[in-house]
Design a protein around this ligand. Structure first.
Ligand code: PLP
Length: 431
């Protein structure tokens, strides 16, 4: 057994000052049990905790670190930028540099505004869609997570799903009365909503590939059907690519599936590990954003020079190395199938869902296509698997309802090591 003595001490200390000892609830290990390692260092595919234990990381800071920890070009870019001052509250050249790079990946984002988190990006995209259409209702899908703005905390995924709560306390029902939460992958439900609220739905927002109820891919033709329905009904399509952008392809899920949204939200990878979010889209919509138009949104640290430098370094590397996506695909296939095969040999029921380098091993027969089917997973079995893997130095997301991620820094030998650990973990669970 690995010891987590120092992590336990640090957790107790953090709990004295910080609710639950964490600054984001998904970091807590409540749903899987056991102690959460306190991390002190990362390099490539590896992490080290405060007790000196080493781990192979499949969380990647929940998605941003597609190039691995402490990727040298990113570290150098941040260092160089910091020496010139950390913030000005005025325009700096790097903002348009990153915007131009982002637009080269997401041509539908004709204009882009940077913010500091995915939450800000989606919250603003909703405000903008309402401003543009002069309508109130929005459609989101059960199990999709779009950050923690009031209007979007309805039947949300991620930590909300992990904790088994329907939404959040403190959100008055009047505030979410215009949020329609529908099942994912169900076109008939969307058609019905447009029929029930004619001329009143401003936008559909969705994760094009869901990572926040565990990994759930869109069914064949689903995204195109949403595109057609929104166009036909004068509503906007907001594709939330905070997790999938630069992850599933350089141009995200919209490149992979060939869908052009009206608005796109980004985060995670575009900050190279620093806090950045962005929303962008059709110029006629984006021109409503202040100071050009009447829709207000602002941020003291938006477009921060350190964050822009990190984002530029990460995105430039991805742009110059398109082969990374082929390697991620091949390595992720080997990993996900390898572990599914070990589960099968051990007599463990599992459904492995994967798109590119995002994946989830659901402990249920499946198929897992929406929140109701994801929720059938045996979370106690997942918890045992999680603890057994952690004890063997494999750091997985501490929830059945969160996607795991592979980075470009993971090697074939890392993957072989992880499959071997899973084989032992399944044997231990059986015995
Ligand atoms: C992580 C995430 C968000 C929220 O981003 P934060 O930076 O955590 O606020 C929004 N949408 C999706 C799809 C996400 O995965």
């Amino acid at each position: 057994m690995r010891t987590l003595t120092e992590s336990r001490r640090l957790q107790a200390r953090a709990e004295a000052f910080i609710p639950g000892g964490v600054n984001s609830p998904v970091r807590a290990f409540r749903s899987v049990g056991g102690d959460a390692p306190f991390l002190v260092r990362g390099s490539g595919s590896r992490l080290w905790d405060a007790d000196g234990n080493e781990y192979l990381d499949y969380v990647g800071s929940w998605g941003p670190l597609i190039l691995g920890h402490a990727f040298p070009p990113v570290v150098e870019a941040i260092t160089r930028a910091a020496q010139n001052g950390t913030s000005f509250g005025a325009s700096t050249p790097s903002e348009a540099d990153l915007a131009e790079l982002v637009q080269s990946a997401f041509p539908a984002a004709e204009k882009i505004r940077f913010v500091s988190s995915g939450t800000e990006a989606t919250m603003t995209a909703i405000r903008l869609a309402r401003a543009f259409t002069n309508r109130k209702y929005i459609i989101k899908f059960e199990g999709c997570y779009h950050g923690h703005a009031d209007a979007l905390l309805v039947k949300a995924g991620s930590g909300v799903a992990t904790l088994g709560i329907p939404g959040s306390a403190g959100v008055p029902e009047e505030v979410v009365q215009f949020t329609l939460a529908l099942p994912y992958n169900d076109i008939a439900a969307v058609e019905q909503a447009f029929a029930n609220f004619p001329g009143q739905i401003a936008a559909i927002i969705l994760e094009p590939v869901v990572g926040n109820m565990g990994l759930v891919p869109p069914g064949h033709g689903y995204l195109q059907a949403l595109r057609d329905l929104t166009t036909r009904n004068g509503a906007l399509l907001i594709i939330d690519e905070v997790m999938t952008g630069f992850r599933l392809a350089f141009g995200g899920a919209q490149e992979l599936y060939g869908i052009r949204p009206d608005l796109t939200t980004l985060g995670k990878i575009i900050g190279g590990g620093l806090p950045v979010g962005a929303y962008g889209g059709r110029a006629d919509i984006m021109n409503l954003v202040a100071p050009l138009g009447p829709m207000y949104q602002a941020g003291t640290l938006s477009g921060n020079p350190l964050a822009m430098a990190a984002g530029i370094a990460a995105v430039t590397h991805l742009k110059e190395h398109p082969e990374i996506y082929k390697h991620l695909e091949a390595n992720s296939t080997a990993l996900v199938q390898g572990i599914a095969i070990e589960a099968h040999h051990a007599g463990i029921t599992m459904t492995a869902n994967r798109v590119g380098s995002m994946f989830t091993w659901f402990f249920c027969p499946g198929p897992v296509t929406d929140w109701d089917s994801a929720a059938k997973a045996d979370t106690a079995a997942f918890g045992r698997f999680h603890r057994a893997m952690l004890d063997r130095g494999i750091y997985l997301p501490p929830s059945q309802f969160e996607a795991a991620f592979l980075s470009a820094a993971h090697t074939e030998s890392d993957i072989g090591h992880t499959i071997a650990a899973a084989k032992e973990a399944f044997a231990a669970a059986a015995g």
